[in-house]
Design a protein. Structure first.
Ligand SMILES: Nc1ncnc2c1ncn2[C@@H]1O[C@H](COP(=O)(O)OP(=O)(O)O)[C@@H](O)[C@H]1O
Ligand SMILES: [Mg+2]
Length: 587
């Protein structure tokens, strides 16, 4: 947002003028306050007796414009305003895991389909967490070092905060401690389990590393054709109803990250309530724990105020960086970045900014870039490796991919999973287009698969992609002249396209065996379908009739993805052998 990225400008302090700041004017969410002491751009100001939070968006002399994050009904001129002396910062601690929060990271409670403010824990000091120290008093520590371990649902540490280093003069004994109680004193600074961090400032790391380790999403269309590396970026553009939310929810449930931060941004509240409900009953196939316990949900649904929607993506990435700094692999899912961009647009028009493309502010591209740039595979300050992967849905109005949000986003991401309206209409799910999607991580990941014992990975991917493209090329011809007019080899190509689409690429999100797929089962399914296709080619090449090949019952092969469990390969091989035997009867 243009106005927000301008350099910080502090209102000048006039000596002798120490009237407390007060509200001058209220125009919807924009509130002007008279304020003569040091406030800076982006600082948080609490408005009125109810202390509604807002953010400084303009400073002209001693009139400061604050954009309220909440409904300003009841706020009037003369009411007090309380600058907080810094930009929006959030409290980061173990309590985040399993929680549902608004864009400012205030807890929400689910009541039916609604998400309502709930207030922090009712215990006086908040809940306690088991703490085990790792260092002794007198030790020398530097920023990012672990002072001790926190016993939470994923392994967490108490870290020496960025910018702090020195001698540990006090460390808490092993035992239960509240998030806000002092755990250690380092170089005179008290360190607690929970720490605050400004949401728009990336947390520091030692270095960025190449992103070359696969994030297994459990979705074959992605893992096989358009794979994503840990620390990479993905955009998922698709028109209304093409399955963006379903795909992102599948990834939230089944990808092999340590922590998921799910940012529901401007989408329907009941969808958020559903995903929270589902996560609370599902178990993590890797750990056996509840999936909810590795998930942090940031919800700013369509019925909540726009301004907090703008901050929610920054809040989400900041939460992700906090877990990354524990040496974990984190995935941030934002559904939808288009709704977030709409908040930027609304804000710019309210501020009377000169609109650029389609009413979006001129700073749209840099805002999008700044968001995706926070994704990275890194060496953290403490020396271990961690990553933040960002996956954002994009909802182009009318499916028009040239509109500004989609067009800019496509320039900034390493992977694009483009959802195709025709596939969705045909109920081919997930509707990831093999013609319009890309993965710039594929070459690096081919090497990673080879190192991990699957040197065939790149060739398999190439064959599947080529066969799908060939079947697409023939589809128009088939529509025109019918399949029977094609030469036998091309009829097998058409058949191959169908077997690949139905037996391999489609995935049923509602089936317990097919909802997610391990790399081994994905490889087995691909091998099975490719082997059957090869056999069909051999048959027609040696004179078998194409219609006889087409008439073979391929059902076991097409049903293998649902008949075999998520990590089973033997039933897939059995289905392949059964179909090969049926083909064998043709000679
Ligand atoms: N993987 C899937 N399996 C089964 N049905 C799906 C799948 N993906 C999408 N659908 C169907 O499409 C509908 C719309 O999907 P949704 O994710 O809400 O679309 P979008 O977020 O793009 O508007 C869903 O309600 C569901 O019926
Ligand atoms: Mg959706």
């Amino acid at each position: 947002m243009g106005a927000m990225t301008s350099p910080a400008t502090a209102a000048r302090h006039r000596p002798g003028d120490d009237r407390p700041p007060r509200v001058l004017r209220v125009a919807g969410p924009l509130v002007e306050i008279a304020c003569t002491t040091g406030v800076a751009m982006h600082d948080v100001v609490l408005l009125g007796e109810d202390r509604l939070p807002g953010e400084v968006v303009a400073i002209k002399g001693d009139v400061v414009t604050v954009q309220a994050y909440e409904y300003t009904g009841g706020l009037a001129p003369g009411h007090p305003a309380t600058p907080q002396g810094g930009p929006l910062a959030v409290r980061l601690g173990p309590e985040l895991l399993g929680g549902v929060f608004d864009g400012l990271l205030r807890p929400l409670t689910r009541v039916g389909d609604l998400l309502l403010a709930s207030g922090r824990s009712t215990e006086p000091d908040g809940p306690s967490w088991p703490f085990t120290p790792r260092v002794a008093e007198g030790a020398h520590v530097a920023a990012g070092d672990a002072l001790g371990d926190i016993g939470a649902s994923v392994p967490l540490h108490v870290l020496v905060p960025p910018g702090c280093s020195g001698i540990v003069t006090r460390i808490a004994p092993a035992g239960d401690h509240a998030e806000d109680s002092p755990i250690a004193v380092v170089d005179g600074h008290e360190v607690r389990m929970a720490q605050t961090w400004p949401v728009r400032r990336p947390r520091p790391v030692r270095e960025r590393l190449p992103a070359d380790v696969p994030l297994h999403t459990g979705q074959r269309a992605v893992d096989l054709l358009f794979p994503v590396a840990r620390g990479s970026t993905v955009a998922v553009p698709g028109g209304f109803g093409t399955g963006k939310t379903m795909l992102l929810q599948q990834i939230a449930k089944w990808c092999d990250a340590d922590v998921i931060v799910y940012v529901g941004c401007g989408e329907r509240g009941n969808e958020m309530a559903d995903v929270i409900e589902e996560l609370s009953v599902l178990t993590d196939p890797r750990t056996g724990g509840r999936l909810a316990e590795r998930t942090v949900t940031v919800a700013n649904t369509s019925n909540m105020p726009m301004m907090a929607r703008e901050t929610s993506v920054h809040t989400g990435v900041t939460v992700a960086e906090y877990f990354r700094d524990m040496g974990l692999d984190v995935v941030v899912i934002a559904d939808s970045t288009s709704r977030w961009a709409e908040a930027l647009r609304e804000f710019a028009s309210r501020m009377g900014e000169l609109p650029a493309e389609e009413g979006y502010p001129a700073g749209l591209a840099s805002e999008l870039a700044a968001f995706y740039e926070r994704a990275a595979s890194v060496r953290i300050l403490g020396g271990a490796d961690g990553s933040v992967t960002v996956i954002g849905a994009v909802s182009p109005p009318g499916g028009d991919r040239t509109e500004p949000v989609t067009a800019h986003t496509e320039r900034f991401v390493r992977c694009l999973w483009s959802l195709d309206r025709d596939l969705a209409y045909a109920r081919h799910y997930p509707a990831v287009s093999w013609a319009d999607s890309f993965s710039r991580d594929a070459a690096a990941l081919a090497a990673a698969h080879a190192r991990a014992g699957d040197p065939e990975w790149a060739e398999r991917r190439g064959r599947v992609a080529a066969l799908l493209a060939e079947a697409d090329r023939l589809a128009d011809l088939v529509e025109l002249v019918g399949v029977t007019a094609l030469p036998p080899r091309e009829r097998v190509s058409v058949l191959a396209g169908r077997l690949l689409r139905e037996g391999l690429i489609q995935q049923n999100a509602l089936s317990s065996s097919d909802a997610y797929c391990t790399p081994e089962k994905t490889a087995a399914l691909a091998e099975a379908v490719l082997t059957v296709i090869d056999r069909c080619i051999e048959l027609v090449d040696s004179g078998a009739r194409a219609d006889a090949v087409e008439a073979v019952d391929f059902t076991p092969l097409l049903r293998a993805r649902e008949d075999a469990g998520p990590r089973e390969t033997a039933p897939v091989e059995a289905a392949r052998d059964l179909v090969l035997a049926r083909l064998g009867e043709l000679v």
